[in-house]
Design a protein around this ligand. Structure first.
Ligand code: NAD
Ligand code: UGA
Length: 458
């Protein structure tokens, strides 16, 4: 079959894989190829066991795979064939040199730009899909267009706003799609080509066009605002615990104001995920570079409150359990950074588990999707750690349960049975406020939730 254009995506991760699967499913007129340096991952994308878990992803991949969706390790050849290249490689926080711990590490990004240049004999549209610092398009243009052969590349920004766990739904029915370009004739022409792809299924009024810098900065800002809401409600949760106010009641009362809105007001043990912390620290670093220290400090406080919330959770466990957890078994319910994903990157569970192990607790982790990743995250731990698929077995003989991921399955467990199998006094620390606390208290548990007065039998 003749395709209208060849689309290539470099990077077959959490963003590249689902995004391209949806584009391919919705646009049979385009040939979509996804490449990665990770051969195992590409092999998995071609198999029945996809490398990531996302509700609905298997079905979408099945619609398009081997029709107009292909996964490959032939990066150079795929670049040569492509008209439009989405770059969706990882952009983690830099761990070395200047900006270590804050700035974005753009080494994968730059390598990709050079590889595109080396394998191109015609101009192409390069789409920034990864989240990158504002003004990265300029660096990209310089690398791509600094070549003697005078091939011309247009760099377009199209940040991704999907959330893990709802990636397919977010891609099929996005709040908006943002596409930024240079405001030149060629820039606008390239932008329209990307608009045309999304317009196959996204209503035109939801496709926002802007200049390239606004697009790049909007992505960092959106993540910073979302994380700020979580830190705001979490900061108030600490005050609730001192004053007998209830954080869920406060969040409801505040969120019903239509100017504020009710989303992202769920108090928790802290936000995790691969992006919030990384993107805010990146924003902080950029502000510092421009001498905007007050702005940098403002946003950095969002991350600091989050770290404090995680450490507060561990301190509360310790204080409630008579200031010692040494030798006590604690069952961790949920290790993923949120429900409906197996992803554990920056999960608060990593911090909490390590904190409990430092206090010499015996920690058993259970999670329906994230146990493999949990094992990798904690592979350096030699003692005091176990993994168990069955939450009932994880809780057996334990002194406490800590709920760290809001999986639905934890709401419906037989807590009477669990209580009978635990050491007394039995404790539950609900780091997601998903359980029926009054009922648990009536069963006999001592219940500690985020932003609520403890329910104690002593
Ligand atoms: P990821 O680590 O899951 O995937 C990135 C992939 O790029 C990896 O498979 C890696 O092997 C591959 N890669 C790296 N260098 C390469 C190269 N030179 N050639 C080919 N492949 C290469 O990361 P992700 O979660 O998909 O995130 C990608 C980008 O999207 C990041 O900038 C992130 O901030 C952003 N983002 C992520 C999410 C999310 O929910 N995970 C949402 C929106 C935006
Ligand atoms: C987030 C954004 O929501 C996406 O729009 C963005 O594309 C993505 O980051 C990214 O750039 O990577 P994601 O990290 O997948 O998506 O998940 P969220 O639903 O935003 O949750 C992030 C963290 O905040 C989770 O740990 C979650 O449990 C926590 N959270 C969220 C709360 O504690 N309370 C809330 O009310 C909402």
């Amino acid at each position: 079959m003749d395709f209208k254009k060849n689309i290539l995506c470099i990077g077959a991760g959490y963003v590249g894989g689902p995004t391209m699967a949806v584009i391919a499913a919705k646009c049979p007129q385009y040939k979509v190829t996804v490449v990665d340096i990770d051969e195992k991952k590409i092999h998995q994308w071609r198999s029945e066991n996809l490398p990531i878990y996302e509700p609905g992803l298997d079905d979408i991949v099945k619609i398009a795979r081997n029709r107009n969706l292909f996964f490959s390790t032939e990066i150079d050849e795929s670049i040569r064939e492509a008209d439009i290249i989405f770059v969706s490689v990882n952009t983690p926080t830099k761990t070395f040199g200047q900006g270590a711990g804050m700035a974005a590490d753009l080494q994968y990004w730059e390598k990709t730009a050079r590889q595109i240049l080396a394998n191109s004999d015609k101009g192409k549209i390069i789409v920034e899909k990864s989240t990158i610092p504002v003004r990265t398009a300029r660096a990209m243009e310089r690398i791509l267009n600094g070549d003697q052969r005078k091939i011309s590349f247009e760099v377009v920004s199209n940040p991704e706003f999907l959330s893990e766990g709802t990636a397919v739904k977010d891609l099929e029915d996005p709040d908006r799609v943002l596409i930024g370009s240079r405001e030149t004739e060629k820039g606008i022409k390239a932008r329209k080509e990307i608009v045309e792809i999304y317009a196959s299924w996204v209503p035109r009024e939801k496709i926002i066009e802007s200049n390239v810098w606004s697009s790049e900065l909007s992505k960092l800002t959106a993540n910073a605002f979302l994380a700020q809401r979580v830190s705001s409600i979490n900061s108030i949760s600490a005050l609730c615990e001192k004053t007998e106010a209830d954080i869920d009641e406060v969040a409801y009362a505040v969120g019903t104001d239509s100017r504020i809105g009710n989303k992202f007001l769920k108090a928790s043990v802290g936000f995790g995920g691969s992006c919030f912390k990384k993107d805010i620290l990146n924003l902080v670093y950029i502000c510092q570079n421009y001498g905007l220290y007050e702005v940098a400090d403002y946003w950095e406080s969002v991350v600091k409150i989050n770290e404090w919330q995680e450490s507060r959770f561990v301190r509360n466990i310790l204080a409630s359990m008579f200031n010692t957890v040494a030798g006590k078994k604690i069952a961790v319910f949920g290790f993923a950074f949120k429900a409906n994903t197996g992803d554990t990157r920056e999960s608060p569970a990593i911090y909490v588990t390590r904190g409990l192990l430092e206090e010499r607790a015996l920690v058993v982790i259970t999670d329906p999707k994230a146990l493999e990743n949990a094992k990798k995250d904690l592979k350096d731990i030699k003692e005091g750690l176990g993994f168990e698929e069955d939450p009932y077995k994880a809780a057996e003989g334990s002194h406490a349960i800590a709920v760290l991921t809001e999986w639905d399955l934890y709401k419906d467990l037989d807590y009477e049975r669990i209580f009978q199998s635990m050491v007394r006094p039995a404790f539950i620390f609900d780091g997601r406020n998903i359980l029926d606390h009054k009922r648990l208290f009536d069963i006999g548990f001592n219940v500690f939730a985020i932003g609520k007065s403890p329910l104690k039998h002593f």
